[in-house]
Design a protein around this ligand. Structure first.
Ligand SMILES: Cc1cc2nc3c(=O)[nH]c(=O)nc-3n(C[C@H](O)[C@H](O)[C@H](O)COP(=O)(O)O)c2cc1C
Length: 404
């Protein structure tokens, strides 16, 4: 009963995943939460007020202009009397209305009137999710501190496949629990910064230089740190991965943005630089799209990008206690990693072989070698990226126990 006495206002909007919200109500109540529900007009097309009310054992709120409801509860109290507002499923429509500050029905009015944390679990067709409008709305909501769980990848009701499925109910309950219950775990009370994914370096407003990093390893490490109690900031370049549960996401495009986000996230005890940061950017990115009609291909003059790992590992009063770098190598893996560790003054370097034959980029497995300050090399067997993350974080926990 980890959620004993916690009050959740669950807003169910109009999506095919609304049926899962019935299970969500049940699971939250099993954990002792008090769940009060608002059903949007769209939501009521997918689940009935009777089912919602029977499962929550509460009145269901639907109409902002209901005299009885306003006399009983009032839309302001509805949002203020909750510890957390959860929109699940969050339709593209309600996300757009939230991002634009609309108060066009009871749900959006409660969301605008609240002074409590808000979490959304988007659920929609993959094209709707990938649409620039939805992505822009999500970015706006995130920048305002709205926590976003999912969506996840999978088969859709419309026979398509991709990102857009609502996160599994147990993952939503987990995210809610992390939000409402003080964290515990071996790294509780410690702050960690993780960088993940590639960076995109603009050539012009539509073209960029990038690399093949998927972000899977960095995201897995951030998730494992959060699971082990660390207050984790994940600074990620563009990826199609869902946000890991329990981390603070900062989404960036370029190496310069990534450095600025990392510096903003300091101080931290742990920094894990997994991102495949571009070494160079275009010195003078064009402000307008370069035209094919140019008489010759445009020369691309490159400028060096900031070395984020070296900057974070530089001796200063803000240097994290444990700075871990990743070295993606295609030859002389361990020797290159040992040199990199010294050169960048990191505590550990995790070397991984990313030559095409390994298929490491984008795959779910990784074969790594951990090099420490003493130069000792530990070679781990091939594992899934989640297993690498869990083992690495467990090593970090022991490291902090030993230096206590
Ligand atoms: C059969 C059907 C399934 C739908 N599924 C979704 C969905 O999964 N996600 C979504 O964002 N919209 C979906 N829609 C569209 C929304 O229901 C519509 O945008 C509605 O206005 C949302 O209202 P609300 O945001 O007030 O709940 C679906 C519509 C229909 C008819």
């Amino acid at each position: 009963m980890v959620l004993q006495g916690r009050r959740i206002l669950l807003i169910i909007s109009g999506g095919i995943a609304a049926f899962k919200s019935l299970d969500l109500i049940r699971r939250l109540r099993e954990q002792g939460a008090l769940v009060r529900c608002v059903l949007t007009k769209g939501g009521a097309k997918f689940v009935t007020p009777l089912s919602v009310s029977a499962l929550s054992e509460e009145k269901v709120y639907q109409d902002i202009f209901s005299l009885t409801d306003e006399a009983e509860m009032g839309h302001i109290n509805l949002s203020r009397e909750a510890d957390l507002l959860v929109v699940a499923p969050a339709s593209a429509d309600i996300l757009a209305r939230m991002a634009n500050g609309l108060a066009s029905d009871l749900a959006t009015t409660a969301l605008l009137a609240t002074n409590k944390p808000v979490m959304v679990a988007p659920a929609m067709n993959v094209r709707m999710w990938e649409h620039a409008a939805t992505q822009a709305n999500i970015d706006i909501l995130r920048s305002r501190g709205v926590a976003c769980i999912g969506p996840v990848e999978g088969n859709m009701a419309c026979s398509e496949y991709g990102y857009g499925r609502m996160s599994e109910v147990e993952d939503i309950v987990d995210a809610i629990t992390k939000h409402l219950v003080p964290v515990s775990g071996p790294l509780a009370g410690r702050r960690a910064i993780v960088t993940s994914g590639p960076t995109h370096e603009a050539i012009d407003p539509v073209r960029y230089i990038a690399n093949r990093s998927s972000g899977k390893q960095g995201h897995a490490i951030a998730a494992a740190l959060a699971r082990n109690g660390a207050d984790t900031v994940l600074v990620s370049g563009p990826t199609t991965l869902p946000d890991p549960i329990g981390v603070t996401m900062v989404k960036v495009e370029s190496a310069c943005d990534m450095l600025a986000a990392c510096e903003k996230a300091l101080p931290a005890e742990i920094a894990v630089c997994v991102a495949a940061v571009a070494d160079w950017r275009v010195a003078d990115a064009a402000a307008q799209k370069l035209k094919m009609s140019l008489s010759a291909p445009p020369p691309l003059e490159l400028a060096e990008n900031p070395d984020i790992l070296r900057i974070l590992a530089k001796a200063s009063n803000k240097r994290p206690v444990l700075v871990v770098g990743f070295a993606a190598e295609t030859e002389n893996i361990v020797a290159n990693a040992q040199a990199k560790r010294k050169n960048k003054n990191t505590d550990w370097i995790i070397a991984n072989d990313v030559s095409p034959k390994t298929g490491t980029f984008g795959s779910n497995t990784n074969t790594i070698h951990l090099v420490n300050r003493a130069g000792t090399v530990e070679s781990w067997p091939t594992m899934t990226k989640d297993e690498v993350a869990e083992r690495l974080v467990s090593r970090m926990s022991s490291h902090f126990c030993n230096i206590k």
